[in-house]
Design a protein around this ligand. Structure first.
Ligand code: DNO
Length: 393
């Protein structure tokens, strides 16, 4: 697979020259300064592409071309937004940037409650704590009807937590769940926004009455409108699975399992309608057997995120080492190297380690932690390629 790296544009303090030194071949990025829903012009695309190429790299993948909320909930202006989406896609295709990742998660992209969970060895990982998340839902959002989504024991644990949690911890929880993990991935709330909880509640209200069936219909509508353009310009669209892969906050989530993936692939059965195989997201659902999913969907996979998790029996999960956990990355590399060795692959999230802790990175996107994981995966890839070559002789 092609070794790619998520780079946040010219303002990223991890420079393209640094990436050259650590063996990165392709860049995964977006026009982060263009507001969601606006057209990506050919000029802006080519400017960034030329910049990347002037450093001896190529722009391999767009992550993400964001899908506006209104397209997801089916608002009045969705056709207008879809037209802009098609123009952006066409402009990317004309520029030769042909792999485009997006997601169809309502309101909130990926979710973590703790951005610095200390491991025994002194490094830090991202973490999802179900009770803290339930606390956010029940006690901070005070979402109507939320109680029915939690068991009695979970509700009891939330009550206990309420006795000890400090105001600072509550603020941190809000920041982690809806601010720090969202803004930099072109999510709905950015650092500095006033009263994020109120913004968030307003967004949630847009989805009243939208169940799983309706969200699927809206995704199908989206795919029907954009896949013909993707076909015309040779662009491979690939949806990112929901992270974590289950319904949250009363919102449906529709890219969580083999059944969901089958559904959207056949909703518009085109090779240009594909999957971003995010092993980390998929592995956080105990219902998913990640290597089996890879076998089954490799042919419609256009982009691979390598990351792993360990899930506790109570549903908490931690981002694991890239050599361990439910992601089974060694098996995945075997599948993808065999099926499609040209697939772009990026290390998804790394730990915070060594000098990372003294620097400011977006959550999950450390330099040393990701570089370390890239070296591990590079070793796996070299071994697997060697195995494949020997088998062919
Ligand atoms: C988090 C990322 C996601 C992903 C989007 C794709 O680290 O994996 O934010 O980029 O969901 O649209």
């Amino acid at each position: 697979m092609e070794k790619t790296w998520r780079w946040f544009g010219k303002k990223d303090n991890i420079t393209l020259d640094m990436l050259r030194q650590i063996g990165v071949e392709g860049i995964v990025t977006a026009l982060h300064d263009v507001p969601n829903g606006e057209i990506w012009t050919s000029e802006a695309i080519n400017d960034l592409k030329d910049h990347i190429e002037s450093h001896g790299l190529r722009w391999s993948v767009v992550e993400s071309l964001p899908v506006s909320e209104s397209i997801k909930y089916g608002g009045n202006d969705r056709d207008e937004l879809l037209e802009k989406y098609r123009i952006s896609l066409a402009n990317l295709g004309k520029a030769g940037v042909k792999t485009v990742c997006y997601n169809f998660m309502p309101v909130i992209d990926w979710i973590r409650t703790d951005l610095r969970k200390k491991n025994e060895d002194g490094t830090f990982s991202l973490y999802f704590d179900k009770i803290r998340f339930a606390y956010f839902d029940l006690k901070i959002l005070k979402r109507e009807g939320a109680e029915k989504d939690y068991s009695e024991s979970e509700t009891e644990q939330v009550r206990e937590l309420d006795k000890t949690i400090t105001e600072a911890e509550k603020d941190e929880l809000i920041n982690n769940i809806i601010v720090k993990t969202q803004g930099f991935v072109n999510g709905n709330i950015k650092e500095g926004d006033q009263n994020p909880v109120a913004i968030f509640k307003r967004l949630l209200s847009l989805y009243e009455g939208i169940d799983k069936h309706q969200l699927r219909e809206n995704m199908k509508y989206f795919l029907k409108q954009v896949i013909p353009t993707a076909e015309e310009y040779g662009v491979n669209l690939c949806v990112h699975p929901d992270d974590p892969p289950f319904a949250v906050l009363g919102l449906p989530r529709i890219v969580t399992s083999a059944e969901d993936i089958d559904w959207f692939l056949s909703a518009v059965d085109s090779p240009n309608n594909g999957l971003t195989f995010c092993a980390g997201s998929l592995s956080a659902g105990l219902h998913n057997n990640v290597p089996q999913l890879a076998e089954r969907f490799a042919k419609r996979t256009h982009f691979v995120h390598l990351r792993s998790t360990n899930v506790n029996s109570n549903g908490n999960f931690i981002e694991a080492s890239h050599l361990a956990g439910r992601g089974c990355l060694i098996d995945l590399v075997r599948v993808f190297e065999k099926e499609n060795p040209a697939l772009p692959m990026r290390i998804d999230h790394g730990r915070l380690m060594l000098d990372d802790v003294n620097r400011t990175y977006h959550p999950g996107y450390s330099f040393l932690g990701r570089m370390y994981a890239l070296a591990q995966v590079d070793g796996i890839m070299a071994t697997v390629k060697d195995e494949l070559n020997q088998n062919q002789q």
